[in-house]
Design a binder for this molecule. Structure first.
Ligand SMILES: Cc1ncc(COP(=O)(O)O)c(C=O)c1O
Length: 501
């Protein structure tokens, strides 16, 4: 039977939609036009258009990808503007002070465009060549900042949650191997693991509990340790918590110390915790997703000296190195521990081809196909430089302190901590009202009305059962006058609550 080689006569290979040598002109044109359209996003005055979810959902013609109509680059860019760029949240806008999203550096964007265009996948040498070396160099650079020894190594991950996952996985598998000869990777679950316990501050990120559940140990394996008045883990409480669990027949395997808690930016005392961990002979994971990059600064580097004692560390460059998402690293003091995640696949990285000269980064990662996220960091360090980045971090810290000084004695506010990093948690207080439920309602009203109107985005959180507002400052271009304008808006909304409710 003859094969019909003309099965798809409608394909137009001249359309230049592939990135290849024929498409140089189109590549330049598309990237140029795309960057022009992105500039329209930079012209948005507010941090958000304030468009409702219902109105955005109603743009069904724009949303739909199933009507089989293909567009030109100009038409597609017009649609992306109307559907997305006009309503995207601007993290660079001074009125955005909600979550841990940073404005990004231009060199990082350039690095990202190059990495996406070339589409390097960094899992094996034969897909990545010098991209592997660039990732290794960035890992070496940050490991040195974290005071980790030459036995250390690391890998880029999708974020702090995944980096924390790797820390807990290694802690679990290492303890099981050393104390019970168990090989969880090979043989799976053993009943003794249900007694394993992980200790972290009550202010630690929820990913510790979530990852414990994903690793089969459950939320209950995570023991929250009380914090002191500065929101830092209290080492005496850690000792008490460990003893209590031992008395119940449970087995402490790890402590997670947070350097830069999500809400308060507080640093757990690494030196004191390290001593306890050493005595207990258990794993120390340091969650530096938020505060890790402050090792570059003069103001905070002393608080991170104790990372030298960590078995593993999480750092998010997409929070505090001004990188686009995703950009996070997981570091481990003894690179041999990567054996708990390594796998050798015949088609990809066969064990017999293992070679130090041609390394396959997949041996250190829980992902297989993986983006070349190190390039944007490399570009930023080359062009902006670590000293300037450190000064940005110091600036946002001082900004948080200045805001604290300005509002701490204001009768309309209750401020519950002095910022150690770049967040401020406080709440609006209506004079003469003592009922916390009313204050909760007012503060949520303030947050929601500011967001919906596109005026400002402020976060909220719950502390001791009460709702508070939170400023997270990651934009070094922001000035105190910008923040005080938001403070005035908060007061105005707070005062209008009664009228509108
Ligand atoms: C302290 C801390 N750890 C971990 C994470 C999780 O990081 P990611 O969102 O990159 O997964 C966060 C996120 O805010 C965090 O604040």
């Amino acid at each position: 039977m003859l094969l019909n080689t003309n099965i798809s006569p409608s394909i137009d290979l001249k359309k230049d939609h592939f990135f290849d040598h024929k498409a140089k002109d189109s590549y330049q044109e598309y990237i140029y036009k795309a960057s022009k359209q992105v500039m329209s996003f930079l012209e948005n005055k507010d941090f958000y258009s304030g468009e409702t979810a219902a109105n955005l959902r109603a743009k069904t013609n724009l949303l739909s990808v199933s009507n089989n109509v293909t567009l030109t680059i100009d038409e597609a860019l017009e649609e992306v503007k109307e559907l997305y760029l006009d309503h995207a949240i601007s993290f660079h806008n001074p009125n955005y002070v909600a979550h841990l999203n940073c404005p990004v550096l231009l060199p990082a964007i350039v690095g990202d465009v190059i990495a996406s265009s070339v589409n390097t996948a960094v899992e094996t040498w034969d897909q990545s060549t010098s991209a592997t070396l660039i990732e290794q160099e960035v890992i070496r650079w940050i490991s040195t900042k974290m005071h980790l020894p030459s036995t250390s190594d690391g890998v880029f991950t999708s974020g702090g949650t995944q980096s924390n996952f790797m820390g807990l996985l290694m802690a679990r598998d290492h303890y099981a191997f050393v104390h019970y000869g168990l090989n969880i990777k090979q043989n799976g679950w053993a009943s003794i693991i249900s007694k394993f316990r992980i200790f972290c501050s009550e202010k630690a990120h929820f990913s510790i509990q979530k990852n414990s559940a994903l690793l089969g140990m459950g939320y209950d394996a995570v023991i929250p340790v009380k914090t002191d008045s500065l929101m830092k883990m209290n080492p005496n409480e850690l000792v008490i918590a460990i003893e209590k669990e031992k008395q119940k027949g449970n087995i402490p395997i790890a402590v997670v110390a947070t350097v830069g808690t999500t809400d308060f930016g507080s640093f757990d005392p690494l030196e004191a915790i390290s001593k306890i961990v050493k005595e207990e002979k258990i794993w120390l994971h340091v969650d530096g997703a938020y505060g890790g990059c402050y090792a570059l600064t003069k103001t905070h580097k002393h608080l991170l000296a104790g990372t030298a004692n960590a078995d593993s560390v999480t750092i998010d460059f997409h929070k505090t190195l001004f990188q686009p998402v995703c950009s996070s690293v997981f570091l481990v003091k003894n690179k041999k521990h990567f054996k708990y995640v390594s796998h050798y696949a015949d088609y990809l990285n066969p064990l017999e081809s293992k070679d130090e000269v041609y390394p396959n980064l997949i041996e250190k990662s829980i992902q297989t196909t993986r983006r070349f996220d190190a390039l944007k960091v490399w570009f930023s360090l080359k062009m902006t430089g670590e000293k300037t980045i450190a000064s940005f971090l110091e600036k946002v810290h001082f900004l948080a302190l200045e805001l604290y000084t300005k509002i701490k004695d204001d009768l309309y506010f209750e401020v519950i901590h002095k910022p150690e990093l770049s967040t401020l948690v406080f709440r609006y207080k209506e004079q003469g009202i003592e009922d916390n439920n009313i204050h909760d309602a007012i503060n949520l009203y303030i947050k929601n009305t500011l967001f919906k109107s596109g005026q400002a985005s402020v976060a909220s959180t719950r502390v001791d059962g009460k709702i508070y507002l939170k400023f997270t400052l990651l934009n070094p271009v922001t000035e105190i006058t910008d923040l005080m304008r938001i403070v005035d808006m908060i007061k105005e909304k707070g005062q209008s609550y009664k009228t509108n409710n």
